[in-house]
Ligand binder design. Structure first.
Ligand SMILES: [Zn+2]
Length: 72
C-alpha cells in the first residue's frame, strides 16, 4: 500500500505578482514637525511611515538635487 502522495494539480499558471509603481521614485518628503527630510524610497523600507522624531505627518518637499539653470 502506498501512502498518500498528492501531486499538485498541473495546469495552474504562475502569475507573477507585480507591484504597481504608484510612488514616484525620488520624491522627497519633509516632516512637518522637525523638518527632517526623507525620500519615498526610505519611507517604503520602514514598516510604517514615521519620522525619527515620532511624527507621522509629512509634506512633499523638493528633491535635494536641484538643477540650477543659469540664465544667460
Ligand atoms: Zn520629524
Amino acid at each position: 500500500m502506498s501512502e498518500g502522495t498528492q501531486a499538485p494539480a498541473p495546469g495552474a499558471p504562475a502569475a507573477p505578482k507585480e507591484q504597481p509603481a504608484k510612488v514616484f521614485t525620488g520624491a522627497v518628503y519633509e516632516c512637518v514637525r522637525c523638518g527632517t527630510r526623507t525620500t519615498q524610497e526610505e519611507l517604503a523600507k520602514l514598516p510604517e511611515v514615521k519620522c525619527i522624531c515620532g511624527y507621522r505627518v509629512f509634506r512633499k518637499a523638493r528633491p535635494a538635487v536641484v538643477k540650477q539653470i543659469k540664465a544667460i
